[in-house]
Write a protein that binds this ligand. Structure first.
Ligand code: NDP
Ligand code: MG
Length: 395
């Protein structure tokens, strides 16, 4: 009989967290929820705990942890509640945990993802910012820990499925010529440039094909998301940056492709529903039901592809510059974006200035080599301070 795998879901109250719970709950014979975590949505975390009965729950601070513990006790649960980043790192390292879904948004997910890697857990990586900030460090921790890392980001999950077993594009050794990373182009692909000053957070978050958390939705609108994904692909697959090419594909059906030296191009297709990559990674190498509607290509009729507009979406070109610069440039790039997106969502910074903030921060802080995690964290702090010192108010 198959052993039941114990899951820790970091960021359980988010878009990826919920989709993971949805898939796991369809397979009680394979998965059990060991831990659920959240940041500010304590009430929602309590509701999820009552539904899924985990052994542990983790919430941001001690005060909300004690309120959550009372609520869960009153509901008759014996779930233990931990607090903060320490709680996250403790829970992912517990011997009972088999699989860690890393689905916290932003740099806040870095340390817990690293802890899971060091503990040799099977990591399902949605938190792309961790890899962007600290690619070489995280990949080294994965190798040292000995556990597998499976990409959840739909494009990278697609690339993983299109690559030969082992999932590497290193030196074109497996005959890999190019990685073709697709992107929808977001909600403003064809919008008049002069209109972009006035777009609201709600417009930027209304993605044409995917339903996601607010930060990644804004990243998709600036195409910073695709920029982060270029860097993510570089580290996940050990791919040379010049072999990673972005292709605009507005229907979001072809999730990415790999081109081989013999001219073959292998693509992975599916409806834009994150439960597909989540189920693929959860069950790998098996295949399980994900609750996703079958893809009806005839319904689509035509799938279209375009070259990206590097002038409209300057963030995309910056990704390659940042990879060339190396060292802490990636952490600076990510941190500046997090501050700019926060300012935009808070209603201050105009949408069209998000990329300006990223560029200005990259100019303000020279990249340094990365020898250890502290180098990354220091760059993250410096970049946040530099980005905040810029004028983030409406023009
Ligand atoms: P959401 O905003 O929907 O969810 C984020 C989760 O992280 C929530 O559970 C939130 O808790 C938690 N969280 C936020 N800040 C902190 C913090 N400081 N400490 C601990 N936990 C925190 O994001 P998504 O689910 O959309 O995205 C999660 C990650 O997955 C991102 O890195 C994103 O880029 C990536 N991803 C997402 C895709 C999608 O379709 N959504 C697709 C591909 C990648 P709370 O709810 O309590 O605030
Ligand atoms: Mg993606």
């Amino acid at each position: 009989m198959r052993r039941i795998e114990q899951l820790a879901i970091l960021g359980a109250t988010g878009s990826i967290g919920r989709s993971t719970l949805d898939v796991a709950a369809r397979h009680p014979d394979r998965f059990r929820i060991f831990a659920l975590t959240a940041n500010s949505q304590a009430r929602e975390l309590a509701r999820l705990c009552i539904e899924h009965r985990p052994r542990y729950a983790v919430i941001a601070d001690a005060e909300s942890a004690s309120a959550l513990a009372t609520r869960l006790r009153d509901a008759g649960l014996d779930t233990k509640v931990l607090a903060g980043e320490r709680g996250l790192m403790e829970v992912v390292s517990m011997p009972e945990v088999d699989v860690v879904m890393a689905a916290i948004v932003g740099s806040a997910g870095l340390r817990s993802t690293l802890a899971a890697a060091q503990a040799g857990k099977k990591i399902l990586l949605a938190n792309k910012e961790a890899l962007v900030m600290a690619g070489p460090i995280l990949m080294a921790a994965v190798r040292a820990g000995g556990g597998p890392l499976l990409p959840i980001d739909s494009e990278h999950n697609a690339i993983f499925q299109c690559l030969p077993p082992g999932g590497t594009a290193r030196d074109g050794g497996a005959g890999v010529r190019r990685i073709l990373l697709t992107g929808s182009g977001g909600p403003f692909r064809t919008r008049k440039l002069s209109d972009l000053d006035a777009v609201t957070p709600d417009e930027a978050c209304a993605h044409p094909t995917w339903s996601m958390g607010r930060k990644i939705s804004v990243d998709s609108a600036t195409m910073m998301n695709k920029a982060l994904e270029v860097i993510e692909a570089r580290w996940l697959f050990d791919a040379a940056p010049e072999t990673i090419e972005v292709v605009i594909h507005p229907q979001s059906v072809v999730h990415s492709m790999v081109e081989y030296s013999d001219g073959s191009v292998i693509a992975q297709l599916g409806n834009p529903d994150m439960r597909t990559p989540i189920a693929q990674a959860l069950a790998y190498p098996d295949r399980i039901e994900a609750g996703v509607a079958p893809l009806d290509l005839v319904d689509f009729g035509a799938l279209t592809f375009e070259r990206p507009d590097f002038e409209r979406f300057r963030a995309l070109g910056l990704a390659y510059e940042v990879l060339r610069a190396g060292g802490t440039a990636q952490a600076i790039f990510n941190a500046a974006n997090e501050i700019a997106v926060e300012a935009f969502l808070a209603g201050g910074l105009p949408f069209s200035r998000i990329t300006d903030v990223i560029e200005a921060t990259l100019e303000a802080i020279p990249p340094r080599p990365v020898d250890e995690l502290e180098d990354v964290l220091e760059a993250d702090r410096l970049a946040r301070a530099a980005a905040r010192a810029l004028d983030l108010r409406p023009a």
